[in-house]
Write a protein that binds this ligand. Structure first.
Ligand code: HEC
Ligand code: HEC
Ligand code: HEC
Ligand code: HEC
Ligand code: HEC
Length: 171
């Protein structure tokens, strides 16, 4: 009798740990960083919200290609050769173009290599940037608003009657 009690007491922490892990697994947690700090403090709120620069001015290939494209430093330079040149962030920006270095932006949205996401087909179907990326024009620091998991893709494909065939996205 005593032995059984002892075993039960010893097993209790293990049981608690298992339950803990199961609960943790089912909580809608997303443990990846949602708003990483960037090499230059670029603000969509300032450039899009306040200055009303169009998304497509910077993310040029979004309507015609799978990838939207992150603007390279030449595009920033076109304005910042003249604008706010005395600010520390712009001095640092100038160092990138002087050294001919791309800015190592931290990526927020990325699906694995074995999956395929074509931006142009989604925009042709009438979807908008904000439907997937949130109100980017209000973000001083760009943040990821959705973990791009397969379930997310499939839910919307079912809603819109788009293909849910495995080979559509896995190639
Ligand atoms: C003046 C140029 C510019 C404009 C205009 C602009 N962006 Fe960006 N965008 C950037 C830069 C630079 C980055 C990389 C730095 C960052 O993540 O903030 C970026 C990053 C992003 C990202 C994150 C990509 C990733 O996976 O890391 C999304 C999503 C995005 N932009 C959407 C938009 C949308 C939607 C609009 C219009 C509402 C827009 N952008 C307008 C320059 C711009
Ligand atoms: C169409 C012109 C234009 C383009 C293109 C542009 N910017 Fe700007 N940017 C501005 C203006 C205007 C301001 C506001 C300056 C002020 O506060 O007086 C600004 C402000 C900034 C600031 C804040 C400066 C500070 O500390 O006050 C940063 C950082 C910045 N831009 C980075 C970038 C980057 C990185 C790119 C390229 C992806 C870029 N900008 C492209 C016009 C532009
Ligand atoms: C149906 C959802 C959806 C819509 C609509 C959408 N995106 Fe995306 N976006 C994604 C996904 C998913 C990724 C990650 C793709 C990858 O890793 O290949 C992404 C990645 C990006 C990136 C970073 C990688 C790249 O492709 O250069 C930028 C920038 C971006 N989107 C901007 C935009 C802009 C601007 C619009 C509107 C004109 C837009 N997106 C519309 C889902 C969407
Ligand atoms: C907000 C809704 C939405 C989300 C989220 C979404 N899609 Fe789509 N997707 C669509 C629609 C609508 C179409 C267009 C269907 C058409 O034109 O027949 C489409 C088309 C596609 C196509 C082309 C299909 C074909 O017939 O060739 C691919 C590939 C695709 N999506 C992959 C993805 C992947 C991968 C994800 C997740 C990372 C994703 N989509 C997330 C709505 C969505
Ligand atoms: C609409 C797009 C889409 C369709 C359709 C789709 N998948 Fe996926 N799938 C994804 C994306 C995006 C990921 C990567 C994100 C993630 O791990 O959830 C993924 C991940 C996976 C993974 C996990 C692989 C890993 O990286 O760990 C498996 C297994 C998988 N899919 C199998 C399937 C099978 C089987 C089908 C057909 C019944 C299917 N998928 C249909 C978009 C899709």
């Amino acid at each position: 009798m005593k032995k059984k009690l002892l075993i039960a007491i010893l097993l209790l922490p293990l049981l608690a740990a298992v339950i803990g892990l199961v609960v943790l697994y089912h909580l809608p947690l997303d443990l990846e960083d949602r708003a990483p700090s960037q090499p230059i403090a670029f603000s969509h709120r300032q450039h899009v919200g306040e200055m009303a620069i169009d998304c497509r001015f910077c993310h040029r290939s979004v309507d015609v290609s799978a990838i939207a494209g992150i603007p390279d430093v030449d595009l920033c330079r076109a304005c910042h050769l003249f604008i706010a040149v005395d600010r520390p962030e712009i001095t640092r920006l100038a160092e990138f173009w002087q050294q001919n270095q791309p800015i190592p932006w931290e990526r927020l949205y990325r699906i694995p290599d074995h999956t395929y996401f074509p931006h142009m087909m989604h925009l042709n179907a009438g979807l908008e940037c904000g439907g997937c990326h949130g109100a980017v024009e209000t973000m001083a620091v760009t943040r990821r608003v959705v973990a791009t998991k397969m379930g997310w893709c499939l839910n919307c494909h079912r809603e819109h009657g788009a293909s849910i065939d495995c080979w559509t996205c896995h190639r």
